[in-house]
Design a protein around this ligand. Structure first.
Ligand code: 5GP
Length: 203
């Protein structure tokens, strides 16, 4: 009878949210990462189907036309979309689907599935620490880093739309907190289900 839950994790690039989501899904069998489709080129080490499904702008807009995405957005001049079919089937199977998506994606998912969605905004302790992490990562040139930091400030304006704010100053501690949130997301129940639950509980 129990259906699954959705855990949306957003935050600036360099906040550590992707590593946290990955480890969460490794440690909890019930948690599955939603793999997005993107038009951005793969970074070194990124794998097709694991990190993203990499595609062209044309193929992406065709998929949009066919209604294949639950939500999609333009982030840093690239397109990103969440595939609909997999999320819907995993939710039915009782999984916790974990989304590593931006603030636009969070707003869309909350609108579609408010009752089963828990959202958490992850950020570095400060702008300076975020900058340092992005530079250390070495994945972006200075211009791209400047853009990502600018975008981070923008994204921070949306913290109020999230259920939780996680300041990632220690990976291990943050992981523990995220695990607690993933478990809690599974016992968040909407009113219709509650009525059904009470009827079943009484019979
Ligand atoms: P990156 O290029 O660093 O992998 O991701 C850039 C941003 O796009 C991140 O904030 C990431 O969470 C977001 N993102 C990744 N996939 C999706 C998606 O399917 N939908 C939305 N709305 N954002 C996404």
């Amino acid at each position: 009878m129990m259906s699954g839950s959705l855990l949306v994790v957003s935050g600036p690039s360099g906040s550590g949210k992707s590593s946290l989501c990955e480890k969460l899904c490794e440690d909890f069998d019930f948690a599955h990462l939603s793999v997005s489709t993107t038009t951005r080129t793969a970074r070194i080490g990124e794998q097709e189907g694991k990190d993203y499904f990499f595609t062209s702008k044309e193929a992406f807009s065709d998929a949009v036309e066919r209604g294949e995405f639950l939500e999609w957005a333009n982030v840093h001049n690239n397109y990103y979309g969440t595939s609909r079919s997999r999320v819907e089937s995993e939710l039915k199977e009782g999984k916790t689907v974990v989304f590593d998506i931006d603030v636009q994606g969070q707003a869309s998912i909350v609108k579609l599935f408010a009752n089963v969605t828990t959202s958490v905004f992850v950020t570095a302790p400060s702008n300076a620490i975020l900058k340092e992490r992005l530079e250390k990562r070495g994945a972006d040139d200075p211009e791209a880093i400047r853009k990502r930091l600018e975008n981070a400030l923008d994204e921070m304006q949306s913290i109020g739309a999230y259920d939780y704010l996680l300041i990632n100053d220690s990976f291990e501690k943050s992981l523990e907190t995220l695990k607690a949130l993933a478990l809690a997301s599974r016992i968040k129940r909407d009113k219709v289900e509650l009525r059904k639950f009470i009827a079943e509980w009484l019979s």
